[in-house]
Design a protein. Structure first.
Length: 420
């Protein structure tokens, strides 16, 4: 047993790392153990007895509250800090406890500034679009800023009145339509926060030899927040990755100076040389384009709220959030928490109906983060076979003709059988 470390910016993973896990609320009790069994089987298949994950349970959510009186005990945060990499099931936000979200709290406290959501289609999984096989995107959602910073003031509260008076009397704001009944929210977008998010997306694209990074923003309306995100993203690509990228901004400059033909030739040469193409798209246009021409986009870099919308839409295009994995990462400190991206579904908790795919695939992302790629591939291959045979849990069963209904445990067993 040993701890994962980060040394000189590089993750050092022992052969038998301790991985803290949060079981989760609701269906967490159904999906956590099956997901662990799948991962254990893949690691055993890939590495025999040479490698093994040592699972260490830590508490959060309802289970933590029952046992400790605290929804997010200090011991849990200490464990994630000590062991660097962990995984969690879905957590229910407690009502009336002064906590906006346990998920957001974990991201904020550990400064997990990247929410990474890869989106791919598995053959056999039902999809609302005609060619789901063309969807292969990797969403980098900024995790710590934007409206999720939680800077809000409720109408009628003294702080809301103070802010309203300051805006009107000190800043000369005259565009608040109904000032006496308005609530207020503040949207911080920083240069540092934008740059580290875009840098992580660029590193990912370069390392995996992916064709493009799309900066998704609403800079046509929010010019100083989302517009700055776009500008800072282009600046970073051109200043720090000049030899590895070609930006649309550079394309426009060549076009204005030398003409369309010269610009298109420069773009073609950049693509042939393997450079990552950096582009930008307005958020609403991207939501439409991702449906009509998903093949135009590979890595997506965007802010917190946009990323929330985008990741759920793209997940729906390939079968739904029930099979969508996710990770919250600080690529500088090495901290990473992988998570099921769906809710707690308390109405089916304990009934063996839940689909464990989101947690399984999130654990596969964890294996990739640890660079245990052979084990990760075993799970991908096994899941491809199981989905193709239409042996699925209840959420997919109702959407698939000729499918066989499996319980949560039986579905995991089916994957394990295909690994072996």
């Amino acid at each position: 047993m040993d701890k994962i470390r980060i040394i000189n910016g590089s993750l050092q993973v022992p052969d038998k790392p301790v991985i803290p896990f949060i079981e989760g609320d609701g269906i967490g009790i159904d999906i956590t153990m099956p997901a662990q069994r799948v991962i254990d089987a893949a690691v055993k298949k890939a590495y025999g007895d040479n490698r093994k994950i040592i699972w260490k349970e830590v508490l959060a959510g309802e289970k933590a509250y029952r046992e400790t009186g605290n929804y997010l005990p200090d011991e849990t945060l200490a464990a994630f800090r000590e062991y660097l990499v962990g995984i969690k099931g879905p957590l229910q936000t407690p009502v009336g406890e002064g906590i906006r979200s346990l998920n957001v709290a974990l991201r904020q406290v550990l400064d997990l500034f990247v929410c990474l959501r890869p989106v791919r289609w598995f053959k056999g999984v039902p999809s609302p679009i005609r060619y789901p096989s063309l969807v292969d995107m990797h969403i980098f959602r900024e995790n710590t800023e934007d409206i999720y910073a939680g800077i809000e003031y409720m109408t009628g509260d003294i702080d809301a009145k103070k802010l309203k008076d300051f805006l009107i009397q000190e800043m000369g704001v005259d565009k608040i339509r109904f000032p006496e009944s308005s609530s207020f929210g503040i949207k911080p977008i920083s240069k540092e926060g934008s740059e580290r998010l875009v840098r992580a997306a660029l590193e990912y694209a370069v390392r995996r030899k992916l064709p493009s990074v799309t900066l998704v923003h609403k800079g046509n309306i929010m010019k100083f927040t989302e517009g700055s995100f776009k500008i800072w993203g282009y600046d970073l690509a051109e200043n720090e990755y000049e030899d590895k990228t070609f930006t649309w901004r550079q394309f426009d400059k060549i076009k204005n100076e030398k003409g369309q033909a010269e610009a298109e030739q420069a773009l073609e040469e950049a693509q042939k040389s393997g450079k990552v193409i950096i582009k930008d798209v307005i958020t609403d246009a991207f939501l439409q384009e991702s449906l009509l021409k998903p093949y135009n986009h590979s890595v997506i870099a965007t802010m917190n709220l946009n990323g929330d919308y985008i990741s759920d839409q793209l997940a729906a295009m390939v079968g739904g959030i029930g099979i969508a994995p996710g990770a919250n990462i600080n690529s500088i400190s090495g901290y990473a928490i992988f998570e099921a991206t769906h809710g707690t579904a308390p109405d089916i908790a304990g009934m063996g109906k839940a689909n464990p795919s989101s947690l399984i695939l999130s654990a596969v992302m964890m294996l990739e983060y640890m660079q245990w790629f052979d084990a990760a591939e075993h799970v991908y291959d096994a899941m491809e076979h199981v989905f193709a045979k239409r042996r699925v849990t209840s959420d997919l069963y109702v959407q698939m003709e000729g499918a066989t209904l499996l319980s949560t445990t039986a579905f995991a067993d089916e994957i394990i059988n295909h690994i072996h």
